[in-house]
Design a protein around this ligand. Structure first.
Ligand code: UDP
Length: 404
């Protein structure tokens, strides 16, 4: 079982000492987090890491997952997409289902905690059905720069009831909202199964067990099958790269219960990539196993993250932590993580040629890969480890309780 002391050799005494000082100011506080999925996707990843550690440093923190039927999650994924700029048929039925399921959940979810933290839009209306007697924070993980105005107006009617909003990037601030806003970057846990160091033997055995061939260089994108992750674009990039370098492409994917689009996009991509899948040049690898994801991010020559919208994109820091260079879209939270031409390459989200050129450059230049890999690890160590995240999170809680 992981505990907080294990981070001391990685981040040093000052970081750990500061966190304990902040934690002492929050003793006896009981916090609850609510989101819509226990696994699959970045929010579940963050909560899985964060909740255990903050309990370990003495702050009682609970986690509830919103329960709802599949049509509810179909609606909330549409809202999520619209908040990132997509079009939507914004019907009364959709709004009613959203409100009804949240109201139903509130009847058996009793929130007597000292602070309630709601993640993303799915459980946002809970604030309306509960008698609010404590500070409520909305932790929004998505890119809010160009939301569909109708959906944003609707969502805003709940947001305005909150005390604070926490966003993943300065770019997402909403100056027009009369609420306290705080930026906290997501983080990766260097000691989780997904990110911890692995022995050569463990890597070899995992590859054998999961039938991953290593006779050609690997390019990998680790993502849900989601339109915003642009899997079709990734395949086009691969086709171009393969004209110059014989390599394989891995789509390492998982499904999240709150994302019903996954299976549709999977089927579509299976059709589009059929020729390569049959030849074994493209592989769809189910990434439900954290060690397997760890291995793929480690042994791939290049990790791609070709998103067209990305709230943050944890996979980028995950890869860089393992000294693997990334070629990723200059969008959302990605440019905060990739130092262009230092830790990897940033490309415009729709520029297939440039993306393919950068991937090819990396495949052909081992020394460049190593240099970028080392810088990437250092960059993540300085900015995106969970200890920094916990420190920011505790500062937020201290400020919230001071003000409330
Ligand atoms: N992930 C995984 N297996 C997969 C695909 C993704 O474990 O097959 C994880 C990935 O390692 C990362 C998270 O899911 O921790 C995705 O987070 P990100 O912020 O990149 O994207 P999101 O899914 O939240 O849009």
């Amino acid at each position: 079982m992981k505990n907080f002391d294990s981070y001391l050799p990685i981040v040093g005494e000052k970081v750990i000492g500061d966190i304990f000082q902040k934690a002492h100011r929050l003793v006896n506080k009981h916090i609850v987090h609510i989101n819509s999925s226990s696994h699959g996707g970045g929010v579940a990843e963050i909560l899985n890491n964060l909740i255990v550690l903050v309990n370990d440093i003495g702050i009682d923190s609970g986690w509830r997952v919103l329960i709802g039927p599949s049509d509810f999650f179909a609606v909330t994924k549409k809202f999520h997409n619209a908040l990132q700029g997509d079009r939507i048929n914004f019907s009364k039925n959709k709004k009613n289902l959203y409100l009804e399921i949240n109201h139903r959940f509130s009847t058996f979810t009793h929130l007597d905690h000292d602070c309630v933290i709601i993640h993303d839009p799915q459980p946002l209306p809970l604030i309306k059905s509960n008698r609010k007697k404590q500070p409520w924070i909305w932790r929004c993980h998505i890119d809010l720069t160009r939301p569909n105005p109708k959906v944003w107006d609707f969502i805003k009617s709940f947001v305005l009831r909150y005390d604070w909003i926490v966003l993943s990037s300065e770019k997402y601030r909403k100056p027009e909202l009369p609420l306290e806003q705080r930026i906290i970057h997501p983080s990766i846990d260097p000691l989780s199964l997904k990110n911890m160091d692995l022995t050569e033997n463990k890597i070899k055995k995992t590859l054998e067990k999961c039938c991953i061939p290593t006779d050609k260089p690997l390019i990998t994108q680790v993502s849900r099958f989601d339109p915003w992750k642009d899997p079709e674009g990734v395949l086009k990039v691969y086709e171009k790269v393969k004209e110059k370098v014989d390599c394989r492409l891995i789509f390492c994917y998982n499904m999240a219960p709150d994302d019903p689009e996954g299976i549709k996009i999977y089927n579509k991509m299976e059709r589009k990539a059929k020729k390569y899948l049959n030849k074994g040049d493209v592989l769809f690898v189910l990434g439900d196993n954290q060690i397997l994801v760890n291995v793929l991010q480690r042994i791939s020559s290049v990790i791609i993250q070709k998103s067209t919208r990305e709230g943050f994109g944890l996979t980028v820091s995950e890869a860089q932590w393992k000294r693997t260079p990334v070629v990723a879209s200059n969008i959302g939270g990605i440019p905060e993580q990739v130092v262009n031409q230092e830790t990897g390459f940033l490309v415009e989200p729709h520029d297939i040629n440039d993306c393919a050129e950068k991937v090819t450059t990396l495949l052909q230049d081992k020394k460049l890969r190593e240099e970028m890999g080392n810088k990437g690890r250092e960059h993540v160590k300085n900015k995106f480890l969970i200890t920094r995240h916990i420190s920011d999170y505790l500062s937020l809680l201290i400020d919230v309780f001071n003000k409330y």
